[in-house]
Design a protein around this ligand. Structure first.
Ligand code: AMP
Length: 113
């Protein structure tokens, strides 16, 4: 399967991991939109959030726990940060392997563009 995030997760494309365990990896976004901009991805290939099923519930919870851990480690937890998962084209999804953006370190406006 030609998926860039699968290749990152399995080490085929070398990236410095901020965090790794059996289920997920996290790494800095290559095109950061904030001083802190990490991506948390599952090792399992899931194209979009619409492809999640009930068996993935614990995995999604673990992705959020991982995002919280990164936010605390990067000192943005208390001041505020944002977790974003884009789904499909109009939301801006460009990599079709789900990922949680963890953004922080500046004032994040609402609504997003
Ligand atoms: P999205 O547009 O929500 O699908 O987010 C995809 C994100 O992946 C973008 O923010 C990209 O900058 C990021 N990205 C794509 N390729 C890489 C890569 N090789 N390493 C790190 N981040 C990447």
């Amino acid at each position: 399967m030609d998926c860039i995030f699968c290749k990152i997760a399995n080490g085929e494309i070398p990236v410095r991991f901020v965090y790794e365990d059996d289920l997920v990896v996290a790494f800095d976004d290559a095109n950061p939109q904030a001083p802190v901009h990490c991506l948390v991805i599952p090792k399992k290939h899931i194209p979009t959030s619409l492809d999640l099923d009930a068996a993935d519930n614990a995995l999604i919870g673990h992705m959020f726990q991982t995002a919280n851990k990164i936010a605390r480690e990067r000192n943005v937890a208390d001041r505020g940060f944002r977790m974003v998962m884009n789904c499909n084209r109009e939301a801006g999804q460009s990599v079709f392997h789900i990922h949680l953006h963890v953004l922080g370190g500046r004032l994040l406006e609402w609504p997003p563009g």
